[in-house]
Write a protein that binds this ligand. Structure first.
Ligand code: IMP
Ligand code: MG
Length: 445
């Protein structure tokens, strides 16, 4: 195979779980490189639904090694709950490895995430309140606690004493919250450390060795490009780097290790949480997409905001991630529509623009400029090849490929593994940089 990164090309929830699950079949190692339990992946195998937050989807394949890399943040309580759930389904966790240098989410992180959101009032970000931002903030501030720290009880006790004293000042003085008891937190986390110890490793070395042995490594992004701390719609973003570049930092491999980058985008757009969203639909069509697409958060259960496919942000994602190809998911959700719109540019203060503005304020003023396409008004759920698709659906996909300047390698038409059209081998097909003109309907003209 090759070493492949799979990322979200929109605001998360693109269906990466299903695509990584499909690709995991030929992967020896699957690596999560950023984010934490804010993420949620839903994978459907036969009639069983798996909801995973931290553990890579690859865990469902018995021989696949799954790594939670150093760029992630780990809430040990949630991870253990997930391990219990996986094991209860008779799925082994012996191939789960946790980076010793990943940062740990502590009880004060969750408390501060909640309290900070309340304090922001109408400027709130709409976080998942899982303590993600505060955990990464402490990492940057160099007051974070890492997996390796938690494994050495004496060191940990000392470090925690200092940290809890400091955080109690913040909790009490800034947020008017109850202080935490050092001993209680220590006992709780020492128990977590004992449970997780056998999984902890030097994950960057583990990945390096796998690459040396020519094993196939799949890097699984969480969230999406537009939620990236550096390249997303700041400040309405998450606190990590979901973009492809984040895979190198968050797993400790050099860029030369990566062979290919695959982006996942829905056939429409969704967003959960606050922040600008030009193609958002506040009408019947938006409601229909939400209902048919079951657009409710895996982690928080929140209703996702729904809208038309946004060609500007998707093309941006192709560029920022250096995508080789796209996987388009949930095409079937559009089956019932008479007409489908695609945003090809924005109007900003009377001017046409084809790039996302740098400021969230300006982005909030962008009005979508649409092209209309006819719907296909028939079910596509059963389609397994491009030839099975109605002509209008094929035209729609071709339009998206041209607009985003990326070939479409996979089309997904439902949650099950078999509801998938493999247009072209996403791993061995031609790389975008090498594409010739008009080589197929799905390639860039
Ligand atoms: P946080 O990651 O909890 O700090 O939330 C920051 C922003 O990212 C909010 O808008 C969340 O709704 C969004 N977010 C975080 N994780 C996910 C995800 O897995 N899917 C979609 N949105 C997410
Ligand atoms: Mg999700």
């Amino acid at each position: 195979m090759a070493n492949v990164i799979v990322i979200g090309a929109q605001w998360g929830d693109e269906g990466k779980g299903k695509i990584t699950d499909l690709l995991s079949k030929s992967a020896d190692v699957v690596v999560r490189y950023q984010g934490g339990v804010n993420a949620g992946h839903t994978v459907v195998v036969k009639d069983q639904t798996f909801k995973l937050h931290l553990i890579p989807s690859g865990i469902l394949y018995p021989e696949t090694e799954c790594i939670i890399g150093s760029g992630t943040v780990i809430d040990p309580k949630e991870l253990i709950a997930e391990l219990d759930k996986v094991e209860a389904l008779n799925v082994s966790s012996k191939n789960l490895f946790i980076s010793q240098t990943a940062h740990i989410t502590m009880p004060y992180h969750r408390m501060i995430d909640q309290a900070a959101e309340e304090r922001r009032g109408n400027k709130k970000i709409g976080t998942t309140k899982r303590g993600i931002g505060p955990t990464y903030a402490d990492k940057s501030e160099r007051t974070g606690i890492r997996v390796v720290d938690m494994m050495d009880t004496d060191e940990f006790a000392e470090q925690l004493k200092w940290t809890i004293d400091y955080k109690n000042v913040v909790l009490e003085k800034l947020y008017d919250l109850q202080p935490l008891d050092h001993k209680e937190v220590l006992d709780e986390y020492v128990a977590y450390a004992d449970r997780l110890r056998s999984h902890v490793t030097d994950s960057a070395l583990h990945i390096y060795n796998a690459a040396q042995q020519k094993k196939n490594i799949l890097f699984e992004g969480a969230q999406g490009t537009l939620l990236d701390l550096d390249h997303g719609t700041y400040p309405y973003v998450t606190s990590s780097n979901p973009v492809a570049g984040g895979a190198c930092i968050g797993s400790g491999v050099g860029p030369t290790t990566i062979d290919r980058v695959i982006g996942v985008a829905k056939a429409y757009t969704t967003r959960v949480g606050e922040g600008p969203f030009p193609t958002e639909l506040d009408d019947e069509v938006g409601n229909m997409i939400c209902e048919v697409g079951a657009e409710f958060g895996t982690t928080t259960g929140r209703r996702r905001r729904c809208g038309w496919f946004d060609g500007v942000i998707s093309r941006y994602a192709v560029r920022i991630n250096g995508l080789d190809c796209l996987a388009i998911t949930k095409l079937d959700v559009l089956d019932g529509l008479d007409e489908i719109k695609v945003c090809v540019a924005y109007e900003l203060d009377g001017e046409r623009c084809t790039e996302m503005p740098g400021s969230a304020r300006q982005f909030g003023r962008c009005k979508p400029i649409y092209e209309k396409m006819p719907g296909w008004k028939e079910s596509t759920e059963h389609c397994r090849t491009l030839e099975d698709l109605p002509k209008a659906a094929l035209d729609y996909l071709e339009f998206l490929a041209k607009l985003t300047e990326a070939p479409i390698a996979i089309v997904s038409l439902g949650a099950s593994r078999d509801q998938t059209i493999i247009v072209e081998d996403p791993i061995h097909g031609p790389k975008r940089a090498l594409l010739k003109e008009n080589t197929s309907a799905f390639k860039v003209a």
